[in-house]
Design a protein around this ligand. Structure first.
Ligand code: SF4
Length: 256
């Protein structure tokens, strides 16, 4: 199986998007080898942003949508042919800002798609303007004296909207990211994975995450919604990663 293309990689050298690409290729390679899915069943969809270049480097069925509109075609593809496994790549600018309503309603409907958000906390493709996950005080081209909003917490929002699989991972941890991608695929229903992906050119947060990332404890009750919210409410500034919540409810495709 050849999942790579011959396209020249145009991400900045060392960009953690490369690690997400490697994790995804590994996940699909393993799923195909285990006969969980066939290559021709895989569809990758992206919006607009640095994340979207991933489609150039994947030799598979792909669809590149408009800015903030990665999710609607993915929903249509899955509804039209439920045998397909649909993976959406999007960014914080793409799906937390421009197209946030699509993310919320896909979670609400329990569309059986897998959404991977490359969250670098800036509009990186347009040189680092603030997004809804930029920290308060972030200085970007659109906010030279610092953003005055508090950042949103996408995981709490997804839990509230009804997402049936909610996880967070760090792009630098390729094996863990691959395993979470496979778990998202195994889940029947809407899978939301926030992938922390520092933008090393416009907002390099690697040192911060090195100090603040923690794994969810092995005792975390993954089917307990209250436990998922509790795991996100921390007062020590740490950023937990892992699978926060998973539950089974009828998918949108099953109901139509
Ligand atoms: Fe990666 Fe940032 Fe460069 Fe975009 S601008 S390719 S996110 S390092």
């Amino acid at each position: 199986m050849q999942l790579s293309t011959t396209e020249k990689i145009t991400w900045c050298p060392g960009c953690p998007n490369n690690a997400i690409l490697v994790a995804f290729r590994k996940a699909i390679t393993e799923l195909v080898a285990a006969e969980v899915l066939k290559e021709e069943q895989v569809v990758a969809v992206a919006g607009i942003g640095c994340h979207a270049k991933i489609l150039d480097y994947l030799n598979m069925n792909t669809f590149n949508s408009l800015h903030g509109r990665a999710i609607p075609p993915a929903v249509g593809i899955k509804a039209a042919n439920p045998d397909l496994s649909v993976f959406v790549f999007s960014g914080d600018g793409d799906s937390y800002s421009e197209g946030f309503n699509h993310l919320v309603h896909a979670a609400q409907r329990n569309d059986d798609i897998n959404v991977f958000i490359h969250d670098n906390q800036v509009f990186a493709l347009t040189t680092g303007q603030s997004t809804p996950t930029s920290p308060k005080g972030h200085k970007g081209g659109s906010r030279p004296s610092g953003s005055i909003e508090n950042p949103i917490d996408p995981l709490k929002l997804m839990l509230t909207a009804g997402a049936t699989f909610v996880a967070r991972t760090y792009s630098g941890e390729i094996e863990k990211t691959k395993e979470i991608m496979k778990a998202a695929h195994a889940h029947k229903g809407f899978s939301f994975v926030e992938i922390i992906q520092p933008c090393i050119t416009f907002f390099d947060t690697r040192d911060f995450y090195k100090e603040h990332l923690v794994d969810l404890p092995g005792t975390h009750a993954v089917t307990d919604l209250d436990a998922a919210f509790a795991a996100l409410r921390r007062d020590d500034g740490k950023v937990p990663v892992g699978i926060f919540y998973r539950t089974e409810t009828p998918t949108y495709e099953e109901q139509i």
